[in-house]
Design a protein around this ligand. Sequence first.
Ligand code: GLU
Length: 493
Amino acid sequence: MSSQISPHVRVRFAPSPTGYLHVGGARTALYNYLFAKKNNGKFILRIEDTDEARSTQESLQGVVDDMVWLGLKWDEGVDPITLQDVGPFGPYRQSERLSIYKEIVEQLLNSGKAYYCFLTDQEIEKQREESAAAGHFAHVNSPYQDWTLEQAKVKLAAGEKAVVRFKTRELKKDYIFNDQVRGEVKFPSDMVGDFVVLRSGGMPVYNFCCAIDDHLMKITHVFRAEEHLPNTLRQLMIYEAMGWQAPEFGHMALILDEDRQKLSKRKGAVACGQLKQEGYLPSAILNFIALLGWSHPEEKEILSVEEMIQAFDISRLNLSGAIFDRVKFKWMNAQHLRATPNKELWNLVQPFLARENMELPQDPAWQEMSVSVFKTSMETLVDAIELYKPLNDKSYVVLPEADETLKWEPTKAVLSAWRDLVKAHPSDYMTEAEFLKIQDEVKNITGAKGKNLFMPIRVAVIGKPHGTELKTLVPLIKKSSLVQRAEMALALA
Ligand code: GLU
């Protein structure tokens, strides 16, 4: 059993609203959420939207909606509906924190830890080509790093454009930190050159804002994808320059496709919104992604969020990339679906049926009975569509594949006996036992048996001689509808 870390744990999920919530992002959010809950800490949703060209309001709303749908509730961040700040460390959208970043840029400029750089894109490109031609890789070498702030200000006053770069030349050392997932990580400072912290248009960049916000928002642990490892070096440099203590870092292995490539949408849905459309349950998504890189100490596979919180421990995160096995994902969804109470399951299934304009009984008892009958045949909520179709009066048609059955000698007699017996049934619906009894009576009256008996009745119920078992379907179809369907089949026999 791992012990709790501290009552002051503060972790964050920091999406850039430039697209949809990817399952990888959802997993990052989930691990941070579980860690916060396990340690009685706070989970913060910070919006990293300083990339003006790519950030959109729709994307932000989409990510927020998906997080709410998944049930990953945050304690501080933007309100899910109004997107206004909630919590004492706001603003939580980086685009609203520009004055904070500007102030820190000033401090770094004044202390000589950053400088205005007037290199043009062409000059930088030329440097790159020259170092490539000389067969080695070199970082940007800016002549402006030696300028005084006063000199730079004269040039700025003359209307020249400049970025602000963080000065790395003098650091000359290894940056070592204890990654919560990977153990000791060592980066030589010359792995990065003088990196930009403020673009020429005045917008700060991710690495800079992230370090400042993690500090000001009192973030204690940063768990994120391993692709951010190189950013950690830049961020450590900023913490050091500002004299701040860095949070603990943990970098999680990538999620891979079955062919061990980075998960891509060419192989199937990777957006949470699309998985929702495909009929996956939030609880199944959370369960599945939790196990992509983490395992339960008793190797339990089907887990509720509560069980995950109880058992969550960063030391059980895997170092190697986890495979997104879609077959297993579907199986897991089916398990969660079966465990859902009938009433709740109907509420989940209903929008999928409504999407197909199905007209089905409004009676809650019928609704619950129908899902209890079908739930073991569904892997996703979308599967309900095909299962419920035979129950929808509007979609009853006698299909061409019934032609042969309709031509058989005993069919007409079977259909009319069936219709008469159903008509004589005393209540609106029949039970499975009553159906079997009627079927037996049809057999006795007509002498038809085997497929000569079953197939015509199936045509009279679902319009074709093969399909879901009648004893399952018939109790869900109203007597009047069964009679009407039988008439339609009889008219063609
Ligand atoms: N905005 C970054 C992203 O979406 C967050 C990285 C981090 O967690 O520091 O990848």
